[in-house]
Design a binder for this molecule. Structure first.
Ligand SMILES: Cc1cc2nc3c(=O)[nH]c(=O)nc-3n(C[C@H](O)[C@H](O)[C@H](O)COP(=O)(O)OP(=O)(O)OC[C@H]3O[C@@H](n4cnc5c(N)ncnc54)[C@H](O)[C@@H]3O)c2cc1C
Length: 396
């Protein structure tokens, strides 16, 4: 019997395998992954420093433990190169394999902006456990005798802010650079962004907002960053956190018929791509959000778990819809813990944010759409009871 082949051993690939095995213990499953395989929770990467965790300590299951537990094969360090949907086969760096069903859980790649200067190749980003290991190794090589180093972070989005708070908590000097006037401006309304800015600055993070790095040079093992606003910063490490781009290239090149791709690999309500028997989920996928046909890339854990459950059933012949629920994102910035649900891109320009400071001193912003319905919120400090109540209101 030909196997179900899953490409990728991130949260998405492993979740589908786990969900499928709950339903069927016999069908062969093969995971093909470009990395070491095994399981780790990626969200831990951005708060691992303060907890003094090494990369190896973040991995909770090795590839062989996973293979044994789920009765499957893991092809480690094996790259998917091409898909032939007519023959139902894939070509990888170690050979070709036929599939019964194919699941693409390829994740996303860190966006690299072309920045002038000679340091482009030395700018780090952290989207995988290996990246985190490399970051720690390089940081270890540049810390002074007191264990201190200066780190410049490009991008004050979710990941940039979380790393800034984590690294300052671990005793490093941190410079956070972003073209927006406030941190996390793409997701948060102004009053909550302002709270985040105040909190990060009070921890000692140097904020360089409303500007970008125009030129980065590596000089005598240090970096010199020239910002658009004329400032110059020296740092020991430059970390880029400017965003992720879904991995879609292999889907576009699928033969004889390309898999439909928009921002991510487009899937229908069942997680199936435009090509029969090929499914996608996780950071590489673009999900249908509701019955009016809007869709979005949702690079978070909650949609992965929902999609994995539905796809597992569908793979087994019980077509099940992926019902994406409104789910709050918890921003892991301990100096300013935030919970939020961002309004959809479609509604963002046709509604309004309001703000209040509750008697319990919780900063609350609510987003109502043009019909007056609650469609988003942001609260800090994040309060479980309030977060649950607001999420419920959005979902009803
Ligand atoms: C620092 C950080 C903190 C985060 N914090 C949160 C949080 O608090 N809450 C939350 O909800 N989300 C968070 N996220 C997002 C969340 O972790 C991701 O949405 C999720 O882990 C993505 O899983 P994935 O399996 O889709 O992708 P990935 O984990 O990127 O896995 C992709 C897999 O595909 C493999 N692959 C890629 N190309 C090929 C190829 N050609 N051949 C073979 N294999 C290939 C890779 O090796 C990898 O195994 C965070 C993300 C980051 C980076």
């Amino acid at each position: 019997m030909k196997p179900i082949i899953i490409i990728g051993s991130g949260m998405a690939g492993i979740s589908v395998a786990r969900e499928y095995r709950k339903l069927d213990s016999d069908t062969p499953i093969m995971i093909v992954t470009n990395d070491e395989g095994g399981f780790y929770a990626k969200p831990n990467l951005s708060n691992a420093f303060a907890q003094q965790k090494l990369a190896a300590q973040l991995k909770s299951q090795s590839a062989s433990q996973l293979a044994e537990q789920l009765k499957l094969n893991v092809l480690q360090h094996t790259k998917l190169i091409a898909i032939d949907s007519e023959r139902q086969s894939i070509t990888t760096s170690i050979g070709s394999f036929e599939y019964h069903r194919l699941v693409l859980a390829l994740g996303a790649e860190a966006i690299k902006l072309p920045i002038a200067g000679n340091a482009q190749d030395q700018i780090l980003s952290i989207n995988h456990l290996d990246d985190y290991a490399k970051f720690r190794e390089q940081l270890g090589a540049v810390v002074d005798k007191n264990g201190k180093a200066r780190i410049a972070i490009l991008g004050a989005g979710l990941i940039g802010c979380e790393f800034a708070d984590d690294l300052i908590g671990a005793g490093f000097e941190v410079h956070l650079i972003d073209p927006s006037p406030l941190p996390l401006a793409a997701l948060l309304p102004e009053p909550i962004s302002t709270q985040l800015q105040i909190a990060l600055e009070s921890q000692g993070v140097h904020m360089h907002l409303g500007t970008t790095a125009a030129h980065i040079d590596s000089i005598n093992n240090r970096f010199q960053l020239q910002l658009q606003n004329g400032e110059t910063i020296e740092s020991d490490i430059v970390l880029s956190a400017i965003g992720l781009r879904p991995q879609t290239q292999i889907a576009r090149q699928c033969a004889p018929q390309a898999i439909a791709v928009d921002r991510g690999i487009v899937v229908n309500r069942f997680g199936e791509t435009s090509v029969k028997n090929i499914f996608a989920l996780g950071d590489c996928a673009q999900y249908l959000l509701n019955h009016d046909g809007t869709s979005a890339v949702l690079p978070y854990i909650a949609p992965i778990l929902t999609a994995a459950r539905a796809i597992a059933k569908t793979l087994l012949g019980d077509p099940s819809e992926i019902e994406i629920q409104a789910s709050p994102v918890i921003v892991k910035t301990p100096s300013c813990p935030i919970a939020l649900i961002a309004p959809s891109v479609a509604e963002r320009n046709s509604g309004n944010w309001s703000y209040e400071l509750s008697p319990e001193q919780i900063h609350i912003s609510r987003f109502h759409n043009s019909a007056g319905k609650l469609r988003g919120f942001a609260i800090t400090p994040q309060d479980a009871k309030l977060r649950t109540a607001l999420t419920k209101e959005i979902s009803t």
